[in-house]
Design a protein around this ligand. Structure first.
Ligand SMILES: Cc1cc2nc3c(=O)[nH]c(=O)nc-3n(C[C@H](O)[C@H](O)[C@H](O)COP(=O)(O)OP(=O)(O)OC[C@H]3O[C@@H](n4cnc5c(N)ncnc54)[C@H](O)[C@@H]3O)c2cc1C
Length: 455
């Protein structure tokens, strides 16, 4: 299986690629693939934060639950992300408000922000130790020209209910935040090891009696009062199905008109020495993201490395999700590392990886039900916020399937704009990325110019 090959170098100049991401390994207790015919109350497809949370919550309500996972739990974005548990921080609030109006946008912000205490509570209830550091998350500017937009965004967020405060330069320095970051908006939340979080959910699900079938891709399914899911060596039937397949969903032939698969990349350094950590300061180890149009994220890990993500996004024609290196993104992140931390010049890069998030044109979550009997539920489109929101969506979907009517879930219903057919979609994505890059390059040039002037 190519996807599970060991790390490989794809050229003399390239940075080392880790195909599974930096946080997970193939589980030593890989669960058996589905053989033969099985039945359940609910079939969940996909074992990331969304699928495992839904399965656990349903199981707690007494349901008999099957999870089908094409590789292993945590193979997707849930095992590859940056590990920020962040509420609505980083959301472009004006997109939300313009699209659905202030009243409904407030509900979306509530959904994002309530996801933080939800996950914090689940870590305690399920006894998952994933190095969670409730340090708060900073959206920090690297150039003074970013301050106006950051403040405007923050003000609109506050109007929509987001609990954010401004951190000025004096406070940034007093807290030892690396000097590249000048000022910030701050929100609650923090950072964790997403590999340990998703593995903890997996363990809890198995212990709770969820039947998890790994290396079992869903190949096709039938609609109706009873849904039949076909896999390579068997089939599963249930009156309810949940698609928790995130960016891979369009490949199943559904929701193609609502979401696209966007490639996001990450870089992890070698562990920092005691001297390097002392030089850096950053005692609170706050998770930092920047207000670039294509953001940067910067964090320290509990195992002493630094993880940087994003800077350059990717899109493969037809919303495909190949598990291949994106050397352009890794080099862009390596440049960010050198420029933001000049005191760490000798710090080596351990490896890089990429994963896929799903996004709608309006950047809003896409959660709903489909099928002739409206018994096929889905939750996608949480872009770079899914650690919290996709976990939380699991509890809302489980309640809905149990016959309740969670008012927050109802409040999120809206019309998702239609994705254009290919090749127009490819062109839209490439132009969007190019425009964002242009704006960000301009900001970064100003940072370099200011630095050169100061010597
Ligand atoms: C580099 C990177 C950094 C990120 N950083 C953050 C962050 O710091 N904070 C944050 O909140 N979010 C972040 N995200 C986004 C976050 O990781 C996702 O939103 C979240 O993990 C989505 O969870 P999920 O369960 O919906 O999807 P996934 O974790 O992608 O799970 C989908 C699962 O479905 C399985 N699957 C797909 N097709 C099939 C099939 N046919 N049959 C069976 N199984 C199938 C896949 O193998 C996969 O395991 C980041 C993402 C990336 C890639």
């Amino acid at each position: 299986m190519n996807a599970l090959n060991d790390s490989a170098r794809s050229g003399a100049e390239s940075l080392k690629f880790r195909s599974l991401g930096g946080w997970v390994e193939l589980p030593s207790d890989l669960q058996p693939a589905l053989e033969g015919q099985v039945q359940a109350d609910v079939i969940v497809v996909g074992a990331g934060f969304a699928g495992l949370s839904t399965a656990l919550e349903l199981r707690a309500l007494g349901a008999d639950v099957i999870v089908l996972e094409q590789e292993f739990a945590g193979f997707g974005a849930s095992g590859r992300n940056a590990g920020y548990l962040l509420g609505s921080m980083g959301v472009e609030y004006e997109f939300f408000a313009n699209r659905v109006g202030v009243k409904q946008a407030t509900q979306f912000i509530r959904f994002y922000d309530e996801a933080v205490p939800y996950v914090e509570g689940r870590l305690k209830t399920l006894g998952i130790d994933c190095d969670y550091n409730p340090s708060g998350v900073l959206r920090a500017g690297v150039h003074s020209s970013q301050e106006k937009r950051l403040r405007q965004n923050m003000a609109l967020g506050q109007k929509l209910g987001a609990m954010t405060r401004f951190v000025d330069g004096d406070e940034m320095r007093a807290r030892g935040i690396p000097s590249a970051f000048l000022f910030a908006a701050e929100q609650c939340g923090g950072t964790l090891n997403p590999g340990k979080y998703v593995s903890g959910l997996r363990r809890a699900a198995i212990e709770a009696g969820v039947r998890l079938y790994e290396r079992t891709p869903l190949l096709s399914f039938s609609e109706g009062a009873v849904i039949t899911c076909k896999t390579a060596h068997g089939s599963a039937t249930a009156p309810v199905m949940v698609l928790a397949t995130n960016a891979y969903t369009p490949q199943l032939g559904v929701l193609r008109n609502k979401i696209g698969a966007i490639r996001v990349s990450a870089l992890e350094t070698q562990p920092l020495s005691t001297e390097q950590l002392a030089t850096l300061g950053w005692q609170g180890r706050e998770g930092i993201i920047t207000p670039h149009y294509t953001m940067e994220s910067h964090r320290l890990t509990a195992h002493g490395t630094m993880v940087l993500t994003v800077k350059k996004l990717g899109y493969a024609y037809g919303s495909k999700t190949p598990n291949i290196p994106d050397q352009g993104a890794y080099k862009a992140l390596a440049q960010v590392l050198r420029e933001r931390y000049p005191a760490l010049q000798g710090l080596g890069i351990q490896h890089c990886w990429s994963g896929y998030v799903s996004g709608a044109y309006d950047f809003l979550p896409v959660i709903g039900a489909m099928g002739a009997k409206q018994n096929i539920f889905y939750t996608v489109g949480c872009t770079g916020h899914g650690l919290g929101t996709q976990s939380f969506a699991g509890s809302l979907l489980a309640a809905q399937i149990n016959g309740d009517k969670p008012e927050l879930l109802a409040a999120l219903q809206h019309k998702t704009p239609s994705i254009l057919p290919e090749p127009l979609q490819w062109c839209v994505m490439q132009s969007g990325f190019a425009a964002a890059k242009l704006m960000d390059t301009w900001t970064d040039k100003k940072v370099r110019k200011d630095k050169a002037r100061k010597g």
